[in-house]
Design a protein around this ligand. Structure first.
Ligand SMILES: [Zn+2]
Length: 348
């Protein structure tokens, strides 16, 4: 089964991410933070196989826990690997709070990163993602690999760039005719900067989300049946989409449902995984509810959540997702939702 992404609005602002090079192809030796997890061995036969399959444009770049197979160039591949390292560190700090022990995988986690959008799209489509433009990355649960596309090469971003180019040419003509174009030029620069920030945010939030799925699965922190627990699976990955906690984007989505969109009751989000399908009309709000619910459980009942993550009870699983939830955490009613809202409102 393949994980899919929900819609994410472009134009969100996120603190800038510093890209530090860990040294090409080498684990960070002395530069590693004290207490940082030890590097994992490289699965050289997997890397070789993948490189043969992907073709000569692709190369392998390594960070201590990830193997990035990419045609995007070393700098971008390292930036992606570093993002993965940060997600991993966050998750390893988070696990003990829930009483969970992370069990490292045998090898570095593989991430495929495509510069060529059509190639990414073809792969995503084969994995069941109908609209790659809203999902520049996914975690393939079967191969346990992340697959990412370079969003700046996607049709929506290229179309926006073409619009800007057309506006620029128009302004040049007007300037040649002696018009005052300072205001228009300023607007174009702002628009360009917005697009760039939007692209970076999409990369970071989507990539971090998918990397979180990969780390949670590979370090054995999520057992049970993901299909029955989509709310938990997604809610957990969303905790790691941003550098800081709580996730400001999801928090805003939860507290201020955009006009015309429906806030989705948590009961429904837990009971019916279909509201979390990316093509569902209310998916953005359903994701926000799942994020809020998991954040609440992490903050108020971390040990119960940890036990729940270690595997479903037989009876709970047979009775369905909602019964399984309520057996562990109590009735998911209006009272419960109000308690969640109070915690989220007070979380900043
Ligand atoms: Zn997900």
């Amino acid at each position: 089964m393949v994980h899919r992404r929900p819609r994410i609005a472009i134009g969100l602002v996120l603190a800038s991410l510093s890209v530090t090079s860990p040294g090409r192809g080498q684990p960070r030796g002395d530069g590693r933070q004290p207490g940082a997890p030890p590097p994992l061995p490289v699965d050289t036969s997997e890397a070789r196989l993948l490189l043969r399959e992907l073709g000569p444009r692709f190369g392998a770049t390594y960070t201590p826990h990830f193997t990035i197979l990419s045609d995007c160039g070393t700098e971008k591949a390292i930036a992606l690997g570093e993002l993965g390292e940060r997600v991993l560190e966050r998750i390893l700090r988070f696990a003990p709070k829930l009483g969970l022990d992370a069990a490292p995988p045998r090898h570095r986690m593989a991430v495929l990163y495509f510069d060529d959008w059509r190639e990414y799209e073809t792969r995503a489509r084969a994995a069941g993602i109908a609209n790659a433009a809203i999902a520049p990355g996914y975690f393939d649960e079967r191969s346990r690999r992340c697959v990412m596309g370079e969003y700046s090469n996607s049709p929506p971003v290229l179309a926006r760039r073409r619009e800007i180019e057309a506006s620029r040419r128009r302004i040049e003509r007007q300037a040649a005719e002696g018009d005052d174009v300072r205001e228009a030029s300023r607007r174009i620069l702002i628009r360009e900067a917005q697009i760039k920030v939007g692209e970076e945010n999409i990369h970071r939030t989507v990539f971090r989300h998918e990397l979180a799925h990969q780390v949670l699965a590979e370090y054995g922190l999520e057992r049970g049946t993901p299909r029955l627990r989509t709310w938990l699976h997604e809610g957990l990955a969303m905790q790691f989409e941003t550098d800081d906690m709580p996730n400001g984007f999801r928090r805003l989505d939860y507290l201020q449902a955009p006009r015309g969109s429906r806030s989705v009751p948590m009961r429904e989000v837990v009971a019916d995984a279909r509201v979390l399908a990316p093509d569902h009309d209310d998916s953005a709000q359903a994701y926000a509810s799942a994020w809020a619910l998991v954040y609440f459980l992490c903050e108020t009942r971390p040990r119960a959540l940890g036990a729940f993550l270690q595997g479903p009870t037989e009876s709970g699983q047979a009775a369905g997702a909602l019964a399984e939830f309520e057996a562990q955490f109590g009735a998911l009613d209006g009272e419960f939702e109000r308690a969640v809202r109070r915690v989220i409102e007070g979380s900043r």
